[in-house]
Ligand binder design. Structure first.
Ligand SMILES: NC(=O)c1ccc[n+]([C@@H]2O[C@H](COP(=O)([O-])OP(=O)(O)OC[C@H]3O[C@@H](n4cnc5c(N)ncnc54)[C@H](O)[C@@H]3O)[C@@H](O)[C@H]2O)c1
Length: 350
């Protein structure tokens, strides 16, 4: 796929958090995004840079019709279920949507000879054993997910890789670390329901609603005892998808690439950044560790540089938190001021 060739890109899950930011980045790069989403957790108001198709990724006929109707030449596949905790309670649903849905997307692409796919994978595919727990994670490190959610992402990668080998598809699986922040325009942002991510929940607590944030564990083997995570600005993540779409790959080529900054930030550092952004202390309490929470999940981003020519341009926690606060104060969609409806827990895993 030649850089600079205008693509018509089907963005599954494009009404969601990362999908909406990527649709904007595609449009600004001269591509035409076509959002395909069942709005189960996404927002119609977030679809602003091209046509919208209301559909489920498990509906192969509707996917194929959308490809025909818009002359789709590539797919970026975000649609899926994302909550780690919920995947433990409903593994059936997660395998059906995340793996069955991915099979549906692949089948529709094959039926219409759409040659390029970019897939939303996750750092949740990596295991803890067999590597230095605090070292940056490389793509070749052992894969041993600690949740059904992680299992479905690894299975999705393997299914896509098999399609590349068998049918000549070229694909990139992007293993995201912790997506955070919002577009500086303030028009789109994170509106998960329920919200499980640390930064929006810390901001909600800091905005003065209800009980304090719960921080899971401060006795990890890390510099300040709290978990380290690699927060990637959602606009950088969106840019990584455009780079993966345009990267020169042979027919049948498959790449799995980490998307992170390479910098680990502790839960305490995040809370302190929110304190500074809001100009007051964020109420929080320390709770016990949660099962399956690794002490550190930080990317080695060197392959993203070599394979995609991409690096994070907004690595500062200040900028990520600042953009998130701007959104949280005036969310353009979602159920309004988060502090009055979000569960008051911090989830450091994803
Ligand atoms: N947010 C993160 O930190 C993070 C980290 C790693 C990986 N991911 C992956 O990135 C992708 C996007 O995550 P997000 O945070 O933007 O989530 P999100 O919930 O905001 O977006 C997901 C979108 O998919 C749509 N969707 C869900 N099931 C569907 C189905 N069956 N058919 C059609 N549409 C469907 C939803 O309506 C929603 O708009 C997901 O696959 C997620 O697993 C996210």
């Amino acid at each position: 796929m030649n850089r600079g060739t205008r693509q018509v890109v089907l963005v599954t899950g494009g009404a969601g958090y990362i999908g909406a930011h990527t649709a904007k980045a595609l449009y600004e790069r001269g591509h035409q995004p076509v959002v395909y989403d069942n709005l189960s957790s996404g927002f119609r108001e977030a679809v602003r840079w091209g046509p919208f198709v209301h559909g489920d990724i498990r509906d192969r006929a509707r996917l194929t019709d959308a490809i025909d109707a818009h002359g789709v030449t590539a797919v970026i596949h975000f649609a899926g279920l994302i909550e780690v905790g919920r995947s433990v309670a409903r593994p059936d649903l997660f395998w059906d949507v995340n793996v069955g849905g991915t099979a549906g997307v692949l089948e529709a692409m094959r039926a219409r000879n759409v040659p390029r796919l970019v897939f939303s994978s996750s750092a949740a595919v990596y295991g803890q054993s067999g590597r230095d727990a605090l070292a940056p994670i490389r793509e070749a490190d052992p894969k041993a997910p600690s949740s059904p959610y992680g299992d479905t992402k690894l299975a999705g990668e393997r299914l896509i890789e098999a399609h590349c080998r068998a049918f000549g598809l070229s694909a990139v699986a992007l293993r995201y670390f912790n997506a955070a922040g919002a577009d500086p325009s303030g028009g789109i942002g994170e509106a998960h329901e329920p919200e499980t991510h640390l930064i929006p929940l810390a901001i909600a607590a800091g905005l003065g609603a209800g009980s304090p944030l719960t921080l899971f564990g401060d006795d990890f083997d890390t510099p300040d005892g709290t978990c380290l995570r690699d927060y990637i600005h959602v606009c950088d993540l969106a840019a990584a998808h455009v780079a993966a779409l345009e990267a020169p790959l042979p027919a049948g080529g498959f790449e799995a690439v980490n998307v992170g900054t390479g910098h680990g930030r502790s839960v305490r550092e995040v809370i302190q950044a929110v304190d500074r952004a809001l100009g007051r202390p964020t109420p929080h309490a320390v709770g016990p560790r949660r099962a399956g929470d690794p002490p550190s999940l930080v990317a080695d981003p060197s392959r993203a540089r070599s394979v995609l020519g991409w690096t994070a341009t907004r690595p500062s926690l200040e900028e990520i938190v600042g953009d998130a606060v701007r959104w949280e104060r005036h969310p353009a969609y979602g159920a309004g001021p988060r502090a009055f409806r979000a569960p008051r827990v911090a989830d450091a895993a994803e």
